[in-house]
Design a protein around this ligand. Structure first.
Ligand code: ADP
Ligand code: MG
Length: 165
């Protein structure tokens, strides 16, 4: 499958959110985004921007669904924010209905997605967050499939995205 990689360094939480917003604005079709990286690396900050780009109404505040595992928000497409940090037993995936959720016409952002790598769809956007300084995060995006490769091309041309490498 065709793929394309893109790397960006953000230097404030706001820059990470802006990346999320740019991706959210671009999205027109259902999509799964797998987010990986240590605690505090900015995965949730990214999803906050993503929600903005998907026009989730202002009253919603996006926090890590660490204990609830799944939060759902209304937007141009429904946004499911999933956090698998506390998912110890992979069997739990079925218990929470995630396998069915993956077929929903929605945007599904999954923190600690590597815990379910075998169950992720082939067309996928993966993002790996790395803490490289107090406020610096290196974010590596890999897009799989034609549609998502076009997203990367769009980001490459986006003048609002700073820190591109
Ligand atoms: P995660 O969901 O990966 O655990 P969060 O988004 O909840 O991470 O938290 C990231 C933390 O790091 C926040 O406290 C945020 O203010 C801080 N931070 C500092 N610099 C950045 C940056 N460049 N991008 C994102 N978050 C940053
Ligand atoms: Mg989080």
């Amino acid at each position: 499958m065709i793929s394309r990689q893109f790397q960006i360094t953000t230097r404030t939480p706001d820059e990470t959110q802006k990346l999320g917003k740019a991706i959210g604005k671009w999205i027109e079709h259902p999509l799964v985004i797998g987010l990986s990286g240590d605690l505090g690396s900015g995965k949730t900050a990214f999803v906050q921007g993503l929600a903005e780009g998907l026009e989730v109404p202002d009253g919603y505040y996006i926090t890590s669904p660490t204990f609830t595992l799944i939060n759902e928000y209304p937007g141009r497409l429904p946004l499911f924010h999933i956090d698998l940090y506390r998912l110890d037993d992979i069997c739990d995936l079925e218990d929470i209905g995630l396998d069915e959720l993956l077929h929903d016409p929605a945007v599904i952002a999954i923190e600690w997605a590597e815990k379910m790598s075998d169950d992720l769809p082939a067309e996928l956007l993966t993002m790996v967050f790395e803490i490289t300084g107090d406020d610096e995060r290196k974010i590596n995006l890999i897009a799989y499939g034609h549609n998502l490769v076009n997203l990367i091309k769009t980001l490459e041309l986006d003048e609002n995205i700073v820190g591109k490498k």
